[in-house]
Design a protein around this ligand. Structure first.
Ligand SMILES: [Zn+2]
Ligand SMILES: [Zn+2]
Length: 293
């Protein structure tokens, strides 16, 4: 068991993230800041969805020790806490999805608790290495898991210097603008997108559809597919969680999977697990049945 950092420090960081994001109303907007926001948002979202979720929690592909460390850094940079902590609780979530033991099920908790309240539950702050034995053997991951907050701080400092440097070279943005768009806003929206998978994609709502009749309450939430990099195809995912692909069909946009296929082409990752033909056929049968009835 690895002890987590102080809960007050954690809450303070989260509040500061919200306050810092309000800076968008006080600094001048430039088109280049929108690009910076998008790049920063999607890099961190990839670290989370491809790294924390599909790799550390579900082992849906294999990679080198260096690249798994990069994935851990990028995910931690998004403020999702330690990779081993997150993977351990996510494995637990799949095991008990939407039962009383599920730590963030909206079926047994309020909307806001399922969204982000659980993240600050004092009883689940430590990392149980027994649930992530496969990755706990890497000291660099154990280090990043304990000191995960260093990663967002590195991004914050990098954004400031990026802004100040480009400002010197004649660009029209400064360090503060880059910090607000490239760090605060992108991190805040990234976190809330991911939290929404628990609060929205796990409840009975008209916002999503259930393709597979899984034991849980999961739904595919198409309008979150793009910002979540495919994570919002959550009913698909709970049907076959060990796949590196969450958008099972060509029309289900899954940016994390497309990126993984590119990385596989360049041999940075390998043994990328797909969706078995019988599950794809099962899904198609349900789609066809809905068209007829
Ligand atoms: Zn889930
Ligand atoms: Zn999962």
């Amino acid at each position: 068991m690895q002890k987590s950092e102080n809960i007050v420090f954690m809450k303070l960081r989260f509040i500061l993230l919200h306050i810092g994001s309000l800076g968008v109303f006080f600094v001048k907007f430039k088109l280049s800041l929108l690009w910076l926001f998008m790049i920063s948002f999607f890099i961190k979202a990839f670290g989370f969805e491809a790294g924390y979720h599909r790799y550390f929690a579900h082992k849906s592909f294999k990679t080198s020790r260096i690249f798994q460390c990069i994935l851990a850094f990028l995910g931690a940079a998004g403020g999702y806490r330690g990779p081993l902590w997150w993977a351990a609780y996510h494995r637990f979530h799949h095991r008990y999805a939407d039962t009383k033991q599920d730590i963030h099920s909206p079926s047994h908790h309020s909307f806001w608790y399922a969204h982000m309240g659980w993240f600050f539950n004092k009883t689940i702050l430590d990392t149980d290495f027994k649930r992530v034995k496969d990755f706990a053997k890497f000291p660099e991951l154990v280090f990043l898991n304990k000191y995960h907050y260093i990663c967002p701080i590195v991004i914050l400092i990098a954004m400031y210097f990026l802004g100040e440097k480009t400002s010197l070279m004649g660009s029209d943005v400064n360090g503060l603008q880059c910090v607000i768009y490239g760090f605060f806003l992108s991190t805040l929206l990234g976190l809330h997108t991911t939290f929404a998978i628990n609060s929205i994609a796990h409840r009975q709502t008209c916002l999503g559809v259930r393709r597979f009749s899984t034991k849980d309450m999961t739904r595919n939430i198409s309008f979150l597919a793009l910002p979540s990099m495919g994570g919002a195809w959550h009913n698909n995912h709970h049907r076959f969680a060990s796949s590196a692909r969450a958008g099972f069909y060509w029309w289900e946009i899954d940016l994390a999977y497309y990126m993984l296929k590119i990385l596989e082409f360049f041999k940075i990752i390998w043994q990328v697990r797909g969706v078995p033909a019988h599950i794809l056929a099962e899904g198609r049968l349900i789609i066809d049945h809905r068209k007829i009835t």
